[in-house]
Write a protein that binds this ligand. Structure first.
Ligand code: PHE
Length: 348
């Protein structure tokens, strides 16, 4: 993440908040981690975080496994580093990194994005040592810290806390802010599960953790319309984000003219137990960031055979140049061929 890149601006603002504003008030300093390897095993990514074996996040339709045995994978979230850092005895930290997930294809999803994890474990003597009371104090402190962060980033906004579920925090919440006339989810968080503190030899201490997506925050803050822009080398994009000082409002992205869109439809009969992510994956693999959106436009079940058919509209558009039909036809052909040979889809 280079200087002046919108993701780096947000990362620095969050680091500044925790070390200069929150940190000074709490007499705490958060250690910064941002170069930990994204290649890891399932123990670290899931087991150590108490994520059950049947959790959808473990499925190869969600996660990028690097080994046939599904032991080695690309980190699906930065929470995967909580245990190792806590075990080193570091109890207040921010950890940023690229994370990898298979997902739908639209303006807000890309298979690689960036997350930031924040963890704070209280010193032993900071809490009364009574379970319910401790949990309450931890949650209260966490909410204050994160409301402060939201104000630091978004100005004087309204908040809303919703109950959530994460296997590694209990209780768990998500924070929503009311920004430009709508409620937007900005982060997930909670009191660190006591089992994790036991496993990292920190029990009976207690603490909180949060995780947020940097692209999502940057898209909201700067009004960036498409997640692929973060990968653009176009100066019309990059030059818009000079590093602001904390007191000046963040610049709003000024869209430059969009290039032509080119859409192609594809219909097929599905094999039994088919996951749409497998199709999205082939499209991404063939078309990379030339694909802007894939939408289901029709689906039906043939009553006599029980077979299901789906039709998707694939929209191609480059962030940097005009695409010609001549360029897209062979790409779509490749998508079609791989749907048949790799996914067993029957084209219609
Ligand atoms: N890892 C969670 C996610 O990717 C976010 C999270 C982090 C939630 C830490 C709670 C505590 O959605």
């Amino acid at each position: 993440m280079t200087k002046g890149h919108p993701l780096n601006i947000i990362k620095k603002q969050i680091e500044n908040y925790f070390n200069d504003v929150w940190g000074k008030k709490h007499g705490a300093k958060m250690s910064i981690f941002d170069d930990l390897s994204p290649v890891m095993n399932t123990y670290k990514a899931f087991d150590e975080l108490l994520i059950p074996l049947d959790h959808p996040g473990r499925q190869p339709t969600d996660t990028y496994y690097l080994s046939q045995e599904q032991q080695i994978l690309l980190r699906p979230h930065t929470s995967a580093h909580q245990n190792e850092i806590l075990r080193e005895g570091i109890t207040s930290f921010l950890c940023t990194g690229d994370v990898y997930r298979r997902d739908s294809i639209d303006a807000t999803h890309f298979p690689i994005f960036h997350q930031m994890e924040g963890v704070h474990v209280f010193p032993k003597e900071a809490l009364p040592g009574v379970e319910e009371k401790d949990t309450l104090l931890v949650v209260e402190d966490m909410k204050m810290a994160l409301e402060g962060l939201a104000k630091h980033l978004f100005g004087d906004v309204k908040f809303r806390w919703n109950s959530e579920y994460f296997p590694f925090t209990d209780p768990s919440y998500e924070l929503e802010i009311f920004f430009r006339e709508q409620w937007l989810e900005v982060l997930g968080c909670g009191a660190i599960h006591q089992q994790i503190l036991k496993n990292t030899n920190l029990s009976p201490r207690r603490g909180w953790a949060f995780g947020l997506g940097l692209e999502r925050l940057a898209m909201i803050l700067f009004s960036i319309p498409d997640i692929r822009l973060f990968w653009s080398g176009d100066q019309r994009f990059l030059s818009q984000f000079s590093s602001p000082s904390p007191s000046t409002p963040l610049p709003k992205f000024k869209p430059y003219s969009k290039h032509e869109i080119c859409t192609k439809d594809i219909s097929f009969w599905l094999p039994p137990s088919f996951h749409d992510h497998a199709f999205f994956d082939v499209v991404r693999d063939v078309a990379g960031d030339l694909v802007e959106n894939v939408t289901l436009i029709d689906s039906f079940k043939d009553v006599s055979s029980g077979r299901e058919s789906k039709c998707f509209r694939v929209s191609y558009r480059s962030m940097d140049r005009n695409l010609t039909n001549k360029e897209i036809v062979p790409i779509q052909e490749q998508v079609r061929a791989r749907c048949e040979s790799e996914l067993g889809l029957k084209l219609r």
